[in-house]
Structures are given as structure tokens and as C-alpha cells.
Design a protein around this ligand. Sequence first.
Ligand code: P5A
Length: 440
Amino acid sequence: MRLSRYFMPILKENPKEAEIVSHRLMLRTGMIRQQSQGIYSWLPLGKRVLDKVNAIIREEQNRAGAIELSMPTLQSAELWQESGRYEDYGKEMLRIKDRQDRPMLYGPTNEEMITDIFRSSVKSYKSLPLNLYHIQLKFRDEIRPRFGTMRSREFLMKDAYSFDLTQADAIHSYNKMFVAYLRTFDRLGLRAIPMRADTGPIGGNHSHEFIILADTGESEVFCHKSFVDFDIPSVDTEFDDVAGLQKIFDKWTSVYAATSEMHDEAAFGAIGENDRLSARGIEVGHIFYFGTKYSEPMGAKVQGPDGKEHLVHMGSYGIGPTRLVPAIIEASHDDNGIIWPASVAPFDAVVINMKAGDEACDKACETLYAALQAAGKDVLYDDTDDRAGTKFATADLIGVPVQIIAGPRSVASGEIELKDRQTGARETMTIEAAINKLTA
Ligand code: P5A
């Protein structure tokens, strides 16, 4: 992508309305734009990051055996009247009428809709286990939307829904998502701690929130420090291995970790003083097992091996991609801007032409740009006629992991400079060596 043709509306000043660093940086880099309270557009730079986050979520959901579909944002109130949640959900639900005066709503979650899809076509235990998910916009009319897309009214959610014949099978489905979440957050460069959590309007009594520790987090959390050393399940994890997954779950829940709603002061106090961590955190995921809470009122049953009808046991599993993007920034930035983990960086590298219009600089940059693109890399080419200082500041601000700096002096001797955004380390090398290094 040539910066001269791109749409990346960088702000020179720090936006006043932004209270936390991620919100400030997302506005300054032109990743997002507020359209009305708690409702955001994702501009091209932000959209690139969001897509990369979603791709990782999707890969790990698929690996765990979940199957992607797509459900609408608008739902009929009827389904929610069936489950009994239409009244219960309160003011957070945006209620709308269509032209025939039929009550509709903008979905805050999809338990009812997926249960309806399930009951309409699954009749036998032989189709189980089943886990269906989508990545779709939700709307919750939060009293206090704030911190940009961290807590917005319209937001993206990956929501998965599992269906099983028995409670034991449903726990295995829960453990699959638990493990998939550990892997997902790790690949996003985050250390997420699963914590016993309250279930609120979703329901059930077996639930974990996945929390990223951050001073700006909205939740108050309490846990044992040892989480930092726990191993992330490997890519070869066998998701059908019931005992194996249970072992991972048991390990990750073997020490104290709870959100404030579930906090047990006595259990926490029993931990040695040096091992106690009382901190703030950002909830990036939340998983629930709620048994037959929806299958019962909505009549979602399958025929079991005994020939009898059984209500299915369900769970639901959420991740907030539009919250994850600011959470990653909270965890990874410095005074100059964002430091993206390579896995979600909007571009793998930025080529900085220090003197656009200079024949040798242009030629060196075009060579680098073409070679890296041909190797499948996402490259931003700063071919604008801005001053070099502005270009460096922009490159640092948007946090692309590798900067390739081509100035007249180095290019004259066939060389460029590579700068690592995270460490600040610089290396001078030939253009060819740089291409080899970055495409290896
Ligand atoms: C689980 C999937 C649910 O809604 N039903 C389907 C269950 N869970 S939840 O905890 O309420 O939400 C799941 C995740 O969505 C993100 N999230 C938000 N992100 C941004 N702005 C919001 N207002 C918001 N509300 C929820 C969180 O990451 C949460 O863990």
C-alpha cells in the first residue's frame, strides 16, 4: 500500500475526549472514528488489525471443532419471548418496530436464535456434539459506553454455542473452548487469565471470564501470581481427548482467580502475601455452561441412544474482537505510539523513503516494496513528500514491527537501515540482504 494513496487520517494533536492510551492512539492513528455515542467506524488501518484478530480467533475456533455460520443482527422479539428474556433484558436491549408494527430488536447476543436454528433441524444425538459460531455485530445500550471501542454500544463479538446430549459431554465442549481461548489470546500477544465469573443475563453457574491485567481495566480482579508461568496448550492439542483437555482445565483453574463479583476474601487471604495479586483487568472473553436454560423453554430436544427425547445441554462462548484491539494496545505501546505484535500488525513492514523524488531513493524503495509484496508481505510504502522526521514519527505511532529506512546517503552505497519498532535496534545492510531477511 502506497501511503500517498491510502486513507490514514493521522491526528497531530491528542484528542481531548480520550481518557486512556488505547483510545487516544486509535483516534490519533486514524484507526477508528466515532459516529455517535459508543458507535464507531473502523477506518482502513483499524480494519486491517481487526481482520487479523478475527482471522486468529477463527483459526482457533475451527481447530477446536467449532463451525462458522452467520446470523443476522436484527432479531424478532418472538424468540426472546419464548425464552423469557425479552422482559428480563431491560434497557440494554435496543427495541425496534418494523413497518408492520412487529417488535424487533438489535441482537445483544444470539442464544435464542441459535437454539431456534438447532431445534429446526437437529433431531438425533448422532449429530452431537455441535458447536456453531459467528463473528457478528451486537448492540447493547450500555449506560456508560467509554474508552472508545473498549466498551461501546455497537461492538463485534465472536459468539459460539455448543450443543450436547449430556452434562458431561457439555463440560468437554466447554473445555475445548477454554483451551481454544488460551491459545487465541496467546497468539494475540496477550496473557489472559481465566477467572471464575458471574453469569449475569446469560445464565448458568459454570463460567469463566478471560482477563488481561491492565491498570485501565474496568474490572477489579484477584488472583495468584503463578499464572504468569503456566504453559499455553500447544498447536497439537488433541481436542477430542476428554481427559487431556480436563487436565489442562484443571491446571489453569488450580490456583485462585476471581472477578470481584465472585471474590472470596478468605480463599484469597489464604494465599501467601507475596503470591497475591489484586489488580485491574480487561475482560476479553467470557464462557458459560448453562445446561438447559434455553433448550427447555424453547423445546430443543434430540433423540438419545435410549430412543427417548432429551433436552440438549448448552454453553455459549464470547470473545470481543473490537475490545481486543484496544486491549492489545494497552498491553503494548510506548511514548511514541503503538507496538503491534507481529501477528496482528496492520502491516508487516513500512518502507520509509526519506527523500521521495530522489531517483536512487525511489528506485531502492520500489525494489524493496515490490520484492516484499511478491513474497506475500503486507507492506506500507511511505512515498509521500513529508519531512523525514514526520515519516519516522508516523511509523513509530502506527507501530508497524519493522521499518525499512532508505535515505540518500545509505542508498548511494546500496544500503538501507532496518529498525525494529519494539527494541529500537537498528541494522544497516544491503537491499538484497534486507529482502532476504524479511522474506526468510
Ligand atoms: C457468550 C457468547 C455473552 O454475550 N453470549 C454469547 C455470551 N457473553 S458476554 O460476556 O456478555 O460478552 C462476550 C464478550 O463480548 C465483549 N463485550 C463487549 N465488547 C465491547 N463493548 C461492549 N459493550 C461489550 N460487551 C461485551 C467482551 O469481550 C465479552 O467478554
